[in-house]
Design a protein around this ligand. Structure first.
Ligand code: SAM
Length: 245
């Protein structure tokens, strides 16, 4: 990434320009009292600064599906592929497609977010009313229930390392449950894709926070591997296994 403001901002320009039609015609007084719009602008600026400081050698993959597929192609170790947050199975199907020769484990209650997330995403958001997707590829293995209930059963049944972990469950608590629970199975070379890591109001309180706490708790070395400038996702690659006592 370059070292001037224009270069630093360019990864998030699609996001910023998406806000511009909305802002055109608004007088400054209205904008300054519109908390939601200002919060969005501030979060994009905060994400831009974060990218400039932390993603110097990471690839910009543009959108979330590109980022997810690129992470799959970059896996260079044996091991399990896991997704936390399945809902309709859209991203689980991508993982199944990329890893035809491995089982892909999908975790979800199908009851939506168990807690409030952002202003417009209260608990229950994304619920399918308990309905499980029926048209999933044959290598998809579902673990139905809250992560804190289903993860211990998975861990008891498999001692395989985790090659790729996709966290698409939005909340701090859900990401923390997955990361801390899987710490004994993550290795140097494991890839973790976070679907909502940055670039929305409150991003520092959710997946980002859970990952920072995981890094600190298990003394993990990692690098930012890629990001999606038109979305909220990033991928990280672990350079050391979590130190689990
Ligand atoms: C954004 S949706 C997943 C979208 C999906 N990956 C896709 O792109 O098609 C988030 C899902 O996470 C699930 N979820 C979040 N926290 C959870 C938890 N602690 N236990 C079980 N499911 C959870 C919700 O039920 C919801 O279906």
């Amino acid at each position: 990434m370059g070292d001037n403001i224009a270069d630093g901002l360019s990864p998030v320009l699609p996001e910023l320009s998406g806000l511009l039609p909305d802002l055109r015609g608004m007088d400054i007084a209205s904008l300054l009292t519109d908390y939601a719009r200002m919060a969005k602008i501030l979060s994009v600026m905060d994400a831009a600064r974060f990218l400039e400081e932390n993603f110097a050698s990471a690839q910009n993959l543009g959108g979330r599906e590109n980022l997810l597929r690129h992470a799959c192609c970059s896996v260079a170790m044996d091991g399990d592929v896991l997704e936390f947050g399945v809902m309709g199975g859209q991203t689980l199907a991508i993982l199944c497609d990329e890893f035809e020769d491995r089982p892909v484990h999908g975790f979800d209650s199908f009851r939506g977010l168990p807690e409030d997330w952002t202003h417009d995403s209260p608990s229950g958001t994304y619920s399918t009313g308990g309905q499980v997707p029926t048209d999933l590829p044959s290598n998809a293995k579902l673990h139905i229930g809250l992560f804190e209930d289903t993860l211990p059963t998975y861990l008891a049944d498999s001692d395989a390392p985790v090659a790729l972990l996709h966290i698409d469950s939005d909340l701090y608590s859900s990401a923390r449950t997955a990361l801390f629970g899987l710490a004994p199975r993550l290795r140097a070379g494991s890839l973790i894709v976070f679907d909502e890591f940055l670039n929305y109001p409150g991003w520092r309180r959710h997946e980002y926070r859970a990952f920072m706490e995981f890094v600190e708790a298990f003394d993990v070395e990692f690098r930012y591997f890629s990001f999606a400038s038109s979305y909220l996702s990033v991928a990280v690659r672990l350079d050391s296994a979590p130190k689990v006592s």
